[in-house]
Write a protein that binds this ligand. Structure first.
Ligand code: HAM
Length: 472
């Protein structure tokens, strides 16, 4: 067959805007954060779940509210020409990439509610997709740790959820002076909104305005109001409310008078204060504050709402969550109260980096137990069998793929990949019994040991085990 005369055309591609390529050291840093999230979840009694990366679009238009819906990546199968035509003429695709996990979780609980043990305590660490304008702390694809406590409507459950979030930050090295957990209760803002004549769909619009107050200009907020069922007098009321909460926050702790101005009584704020008391009893009081400026943009929250921010307020939220007691029922399940949060990896990693709480990325890569070096051509052929045997014994073993037998250079390679030991195979491998040189890469100490004892020596926590002392 004649060779094709057509020349191969190279074409360079970049990762899509707002997404990240994770090279090994980058992924190792992400895995470090995820492993803390996972361990802290398990320590607090949560079990891991996962769900689909894309869902029926309606799952998100159902209850999440206008903010999320405007950021959906819509998806279709690509097989259906009719669907494509419908989308081109202004219709929606049948699916959307997951912008958040809560609707999936609510769907999963609703589907199996009778058989699930109570309370249901679940966590998940999936990737999420939002069609945002990429900027610091905001990407189009990000990881988000979700922790949700279902079947308990008490402030104690709210406090346990919030404590889980704080404990993860503690475990990553943050301290209470570096972050603030702002806590409020939706029922309090709802009471004020109702008194202002802002209810139902209009209240969802008010939440959106409150949530974006201080993030978007007032001009922009006014320009957006039409999309959120608010009339111009409503938006002025909503802005006045947002300004008032900002003023009250700046004035310090809540008093009877400031509560009255915000439209609620101190008694109405009792549940959120009980949550704060529980957090205090767990030693987390110093991290948390009552904050009437927090309402959250998502439509489904019904009670406690909270956001975690870097203390100076410079960054976007590290985490946000709250109580959503009607969502599961709205997906056809039983009436089950629930409370949870989502914590993203992007803002958190920025903050950890800025505060010097991350090591150089390479240091998160797994350290090999051994790097095997052949010092001469005679023994080189035996490397694969020795390496395979060590790996079969669950050891992390690397080898040189270079043709050089220059031990000094190869030890340099062992150092570069941060191996704990270099195993040097030389003439002694042909002795009876065969022996190898074992070099501790941290201390520089080198000993000769029988090949039969190599796996045991590599498994030893640090240094050469005493039983092998003098074995050279
Ligand atoms: P959310 O406030 O939309 O809540 O997101 C929670 C966290 O996810 C944010 O504080 C932020 O750290 C991260 N995040 C959100 N969008 C982006 C983005 N575009 N780029 C980077 N990070 C981002 C929820 O998603 C709720 N479903 C959380 C929840 C769980 N509520 C109850 N259970």
């Amino acid at each position: 067959m004649a060779e094709s005369s057509q020349k191969f055309q190279a074409k360079k591609f970049q990762a899509p805007k707002g997404t990240r390529d994770f090279y090994p050291a980058d992924l190792a840093v992400r895995r470090h954060i995820e492993s803390v999230w996972r361990q802290v979840s398990i320590n607090h009694g949560f079990e891991e779940i996962d769900g689909p990366t894309f869902e029926h679009l309606d799952l998100y238009t159902h209850k999440s509210g206008p903010g999320i819906v405007s950021e959906l990546f819509q998806v279709m199968s690509g097989k259906d020409a009719e669907q494509l035509a419908a989308i081109r003429s202004g219709g929606a695709a049948p699916y959307a990439l997951r912008p958040e996990f809560t609707p999936t979780l609510a769907r999963m609980v609703a589907a199996r509610a009778p058989e699930l043990p109570r309370p249901i305590k679940w966590f998940a660490i999936p990737s999420h997709f939002r069609a945002e304008s990429p900027q610091r702390g905001r990407l189009r694809e990000f990881m988000q740790w979700n922790v949700d406590f279902i079947g308990d409507d008490s402030p104690r459950a709210d406090a346990e959820v919030i404590a889980t979030a704080i404990n993860s930050m503690e475990a990553l090295g943050l301290v209470s002076s570096m972050v603030r957990v702002h806590i409020f209760d939706r029922r309090l803002s709802e009471a004020k909104a109702a008194a202002m004549g802002i209810e139902g769909e209009k209240y969802i619009g008010l939440l959106w305005i409150m949530d974006n107050f201080g993030k978007l200009s007032e001009e922009r907020l006014r320009a957006e109001f039409n999309k959120h069922q608010l009339r111009s007098e409503d938006i002025e009321k909503a802005l006045a409310y947002a300004q008032l909460t900002a003023r009250v926050r700046a004035a310090g702790p809540l008093t009877t008078e400031t509560a009255r101005e915000l439209g609620f009584t101190v008694e109405m704020a009792a549940p959120v204060h009980e949550t704060l008391r529980h957090l205090d009893s767990m030693g987390y009081g110093g991290w948390c504050e009552f904050d009437p400026g927090i309402v959250r943009g998502l439509a489904y929250y019904t009670g406690t709402v909270f956001e975690i921010h870097e203390a100076s307020g410079a960054e976007r939220a590290i985490a946000g969550g709250g109580r959503y007691d009607n969502l599961i029922e709205s997906f056809g399940g039983p009436k089950l109260p629930a409370c949870g949060f989502g914590m993203g990896d992007v803002v958190l990693a920025n903050i950890l980096k800025d505060k010097g709480l991350l090591k150089p990325p390479e240091e998160y890569l797994p350290r090999p137990d051994a790097f095997v070096i052949a010092a001469n051509d005679d023994v080189a052929a035996r490397v694969p069998a020795i390496v395979a045997d060590l790996r079969r014994q669950n050891l992390h073993v690397r080898q040189s793929y270079k043709t050089t037998r220059n031990v000094g250079k190869l030890l340099g390679d062992a150092g570069k990949c941060r191996a704990r030991y270099a195993v040097i195979l030389g003439a002694e491998l042909n002795a009876t019994p065969p022996r190898v040189a074992l070099k501790d890469m941290d201390s520089g100490e080198q000993r000769e040991i029988p090949l039969s004892e190599l796996a045991g020596a590599l498994r030893a926590p640090a240094g050469i085990p005493p039983s092998l002392e003098g074995g050279g």
